[in-house]
Ligand binder design. Sequence first.
Ligand code: FES
Length: 433
Amino acid sequence: MWVFAPFLTIKQPVALIVAWVHGCVGLYLWLRFRSWFDRAAPWLLAAAVTIPTAALGGYVAAGMSIRELAQDPVWLQNAVAAMNLPSNAEVSTVYRYIENARMGFVLLVAAALAGRMVRLTVERRGRDAVLRYGSGHSVRATVGMSVLAVSRANGIPHASVCGGRGRCSTCRIRIGARLEALPEPSEAEAKVLRRIAAPPNVRLACQTVVIDGLEVMPLLPPHAAGVSEAHGGPSYLQGRELDIAVLFADLRGFTQISEQRLPYDVVFILNRYFAEMGAAIEGAGGRIDKFIGDGIMALFGVDSDPATGSRQALAAARAMSERLADLNASLEGDLSEPLRIGIGVHLGPAIVGEMGYGRVRGITAVGDTVNTASRLESMTKEHGAQFIVSQVVVEAAGADLEPAPTVEIDIRGRRQTLAVRVVMDASTLPAST
Ligand code: FES
């Protein structure tokens, strides 16, 4: 080919590039929501560019060598003889096969297109439905499609932070008409609806199928996740489900302390406390999500993985306890009693994204894992402990908390109990975590 038909040499690179790009796009669409994808993306991109470039380089180099060798008529004659080329009759037969194959391919494509058109026509005739939106808008849709899919297909903005996987509840809709004709929510949908205490006429658009005459009203603004303004940063800014460790901490009895002090003093003490706790969290590799009154919420593992996040959360809890002891020592003369803290940590899937409004926007997390971590923090009061951590965090971190008792607790909205470790003093956590 490089000697007798150089113009055909372009075919192979074109075929390779088309197949390679096609494969890469498929892999990207498949893997992009995996928690490790952002970290692996630069390496995958490097491999995606380097491998075909090296292959094409080898192809061109080999071709150029052959062209050079072919300048020698003896070498060329021997090479052609070694190729065992077909006779003219055999070549004609091969070309006939190629023609037949081409014709067959064209007929197959035409048949596939015709079949699709027939199917669409039949579907439109037999399964058409009208879906009405509370805004007065109505669209035609195929019975059985999800309401979210219909919104997307018709360019109707609809919040869907988890991408339609029934996890985030941001696509929730109020059903105005034909509620009674809808199938019951699946177990997964019912669980999410229970978590948001949804009334019976509220469903998830991504899980609700269209029936004729259905009337829906999306309940959250379409850009609840701030998607449009989150471009340019990590992909999770647009809302993504990640396995992260969530830490909640709260000062115990601070309301009584603050009642006895001047407002200036309260602000001073709280700022000292926040500075120490913030340094402990960030020093361990965590991300402060927000300060809520005298409480703190922090995320771990957003940019790494669940094991690292769990280790960081345990290290942060230990550092917070140690720093609180130091702070109490330095405020000894100022406080009638030392500051006490309760910390809860849980690991699991949460929707992470940039949320908020106007200038008050930031990366935060929502979901069961966040609620459970908050619940563990408040349970420290009942157990008189400084730290309660779910067993799943301990196992992910590979930590040894052996002296800390394991307790099975009920969490509202969870069917199964949750195994947690109750640690009286977080400063006793193993330093290796
Ligand atoms: S899009 Fe998240 S629950 Fe429907």
